[in-house]
Write a protein that binds this ligand. Structure first.
Ligand SMILES: Nc1ncnc2c1ncn2[C@@H]1O[C@H](COP(=O)(O)OP(=O)(O)OP(=O)(O)O)[C@@H](O)[C@H]1O
Ligand SMILES: [Mg+2]
Length: 282
């Protein structure tokens, strides 16, 4: 994790996160607007989700720190995607509490409100507007109350253009700025979608299997990109590709049967007998 020691950051008792909490955040330093005094951006406690009596999540506890890059791994059906559904308000838990910062109770918020509060999600399949250019896709993704057409016709301020340029550079699509998104490679579409999320400047980014279907070079760039985004944003990455997880993770959570089975560095969880048993194999 990147740690930028600002004066503000130094004043915060960031590791005073309370018993049982192990989020490893940067405190108020990058907490923009949200109250994240204890360095914890997301707090999930005793979360359960039942589908017709089947518990997809079972008394799950999870803490994500401000600026943290967390990887979530675990076997198929462990509840990883359901966990993201709960955080984004798509699925409501039957039990438990979910807080964003110290004051936003996700259970009381709609999906739109949760997105506006700063939680961005990337699904596995890219959902860019294929007929529009890379630039237009980013333009549309800006925080605005205007309708789609009003946004496209409106003149961009210098600041908005600067942000688009910055995002283009971050996702390495500057040279493709005028290309229709439909002509991009699968990986480039994924990067564009990440860019569209970045236009909203989310504090928490949820990424479900981001490197599935990518070439080795694209996977490598994704790792580099996520490491760069951490610190400024918190990232929660679900991935089965252990090589990729190894290249980005400082903190890994293993889910199994809807609960946290193990947590720690990748080396720690890889050495855990229970994790080897249910997921990594011998
Ligand atoms: N809407 C639903 N209705 C019924 N069961 C569901 C629903 N969504 C998920 N499940 C079940 O909940 C369990 C957890 O599913 P989930 O998709 O969260 O797993 P996952 O960890 O993301 O798996 P994968 O690695 O395969 O993506 C699975 O057994 C799944 O079949
Ligand atoms: Mg899944």
């Amino acid at each position: 994790m990147r740690v930028t020691a600002t004066a503000e950051f130094m004043l915060e008792p960031i590791f005073d996160a309370g018993a049982g909490r192990d989020a490893i955040g940067l405190g108020q330093a990058v907490g923009k607007g949200l109250n994240t005094r204890h360095g914890t951006l997301l707090t999930l406690e005793d979360i359960s989700v039942s589908f017709d009596g089947f518990k997809a999540l079972n008394d799950l506890n999870l803490y994500i720190g401000v600026g943290e890059l967390r990887c979530i791994i675990g076997p198929n059906g462990a509840g990883k995607t359901t966990l993201m559904d709960v955080i984004t308000g798509k699925t409501r838990p039957s039990h438990g509490t979910a807080w964003f910062g110290e004051t936003l109770d996700l259970a009381t918020m709609s999906e739109v409100q949760i997105a506006q509060a700063g939680i961005g999600r990337k699904f596995q399949k890219p959902t860019v507007f294929e007929a529009l250019s890379v630039f237009e896709n980013l333009e549309l993704a800006q925080k605005t109350d205007k309708s789609v057409w009003a946004s496209l016709r409106a003149r961009l301020s210098g600041e908005q253009k600067d942000l688009i340029d910055e995002v283009l550079d971050t996702i390495r699509l500057t040279k493709s700025v005028h290309r229709p998104a439909g002509l991009l490679s699968h990986g480039q579409k994924q990067f564009l979608e990440i860019g569209m999320l970045l236009m909203q400047d989310p504090q928490l980014l949820l990424l479900d299997e981001p490197v599935a279907g990518m070439t080795d070079a694209e996977t490598e760039f994704t790792a580099e990109l996520f490491k760069r985004l951490a610190g400024k944003h918190s990232l929660m990455v679900v991935e089965h590709d252990m090589g990729f997880v190894g290249s980005i993770a400082d903190h890994v959570t293993v889910l199994h049967q809807g609960s946290v089975l193990a947590e720690g560095s990748l080396e720690q969880v890889q050495a855990d007998e229970r994790v080897i048993e249910v997921y990594l194999g011998r």
